[in-house]
Design a binder for this molecule. Structure first.
Ligand code: F3S
Length: 410
């Protein structure tokens, strides 16, 4: 430890800083870290009152009252509701009041209430090799894999402790030697839409757990004539799903991601996974029949400005039969006012600050959900007690327009 860190542990700087340093040191001991490393930003998950409850709120309030303040840029993951338009979503006032108290406690500690899992789309795009302490699993996956930055998958208190100290224990993915791929994933079937990438991520995450997969044979070109997502959106879908069904915090795609090294896959002892069909992924992620869709949810991870525009083009001038939520960062929503107006004129909602998994949707009468996100399809049945229809964006939007899943389903 540095002199400064020892002083913080001894209480110089107040009880809030001491508690934060104690957490950083405890995590370092558990994981065998030799020292700490300064981080350039922190992303704090565990923001929704649905998950925190009163015990979590009291913990945050107490820490804030102890004078804990962030010394590096820190920003929040989605909360349990749109912080401004919660009444429009039908959120109960008692929930809203508690959620706003959570936000107050966290902002008192200096965390910016951007409430998004895609900070890299709204102005925080770390450089390769930059050390971070991010906690939402899809954001961690994207930062490590697509951007080449370095972060472990932090828990909520660990991330806050790092925000307050500016330092994290140097272990795991902060060390270059731990960032090499150790499972070769050979993809031998077409993978086209964002839903396909999600289904693939679901299958791989389930098989590899915490390993670091190296994808071979994965094309990032759209070729099925559907609504074309960007390569970036496909990688977000893939990473989010692997982080959900497994605990994959870093992956490599041959010829695409910055740290993909084919030489790591040469040894005879390299574990191999072959994916020659996505069907098992679709079967596992679909739990509901074709009709009676209550809510179509797009934007897990949070939608980009291009995705919001693309959805607006598809629903322009039409009238939706089911509820449609497009969840995104507030900063993204504010960048595309015309697209927002078009979606809302069709009867949909562009919802900021929250998402379907962390919002209390079971209390809003939602029973059957359609989504193009494998991560949302994976979590929603357990977290929100809903049935799920999972498939590409074009089918989801058709379901929003008709209230019924199109075709034969997956
Ligand atoms: Fe983001 Fe919520 Fe999905 S935090 S990755 S939109 S579950």
């Amino acid at each position: 430890m540095t002199e400064e860190e020892r002083a913080w542990l001894a209480g110089e700087g107040g009880p809030g800083l001491r508690k934060a340093m104690e957490i950083v040191v405890a995590l370092g001991r558990i994981y065998g870290a030799a020292d700490t490393v300064a981080v350039s930003s922190v992303q704090v998950a565990g923001v929704s009152y649905k998950n925190l409850g009163d015990a979590g709120l009291d913990f945050l309030r107490e820490w804030a009252a102890q004078g804990a303040r962030s010394r590096v840029p820190a920003f929040l993951n989605p909360a349990g509701m749109d912080l401004r338009d919660w009444q429009r979503l039908g959120i109960a006032e008692s929930f809203a009041r508690r959620q706003l108290e959570v936000i107050d406690a966290l902002t008192a500690m200096g965390a910016a209430p951007v409430c998004s899992c895609t900070p890299y789309l709204i102005g925080t795009r770390p450089a390769p090799g930059e050390h971070l302490a991010w906690s939402e699993s899809s954001a961690v996956s994207y930062a490590n894999s697509v951007l080449g930055a370095r972060t472990n998958r932090e828990g909520g208190p660990g991330a806050l402790a790092t925000a307050i100290t500016g330092r994290t224990a140097r272990y795991g993915l902060h060390l270059p030697e731990n960032r090499r791929a150790n499972v070769l994933v050979e993809v031998r079937c077409p993978v086209r839409s964002e839903a396909d990438f999600g289904a693939l991520g679901y299958l791989v995450g389930r098989q590899v757990g915490q390993a670091i997969p190296y994808f071979r044979g994965l094309e990032l070109e759209m070729s099925d004539g559907g609504i074309p997502p960007s390569a970036d959106a496909l990688l977000r879908a893939l990473g989010a799903a692997m982080a959900a069904s497994g605990a994959v915090a870093l992956y490599h795609v041959e010829g695409v991601t910055p740290e993909a090294r084919a030489e790591d896959m040469l040894g005879a002892d390299v574990q191999r996974v072959v994916i020659d069909s996505l069907a098992a992924g679709y079967v596992a992620l679909n739990t509901t029949p074709l009709d009676g869709i209550d809510l179509v949810s797009i934007g897990c991870p949070h939608a980009s400005a291009d995705e919001v525009r693309m959805i607006a083009e598809q629903v322009s001038g039409r009238r939706l039969a089911a509820k449609l939520w497009v969840t995104t960062a507030r900063a993204t929503k504010e960048r595309v006012p015309d697209a927002v107006a078009t979606i809302e004129a069709a009867g949909g909602l562009v919802v900021a600050d929250t998402c379907l998994v962390v919002a209390p949707i079971e209390e809003l009468g939602i029973r059957r959900l359609a989504t193009n996100s494998a991560k949302a399809a994976f979590y929603a049945p357990g977290h929100s007690h809903v049935e799920v229809r999972f498939g590409p964006l074009a089918q989801c939007l058709e379901a929003a327009l008709t209230g019924r899943w199109p075709g034969k389903g997956a």
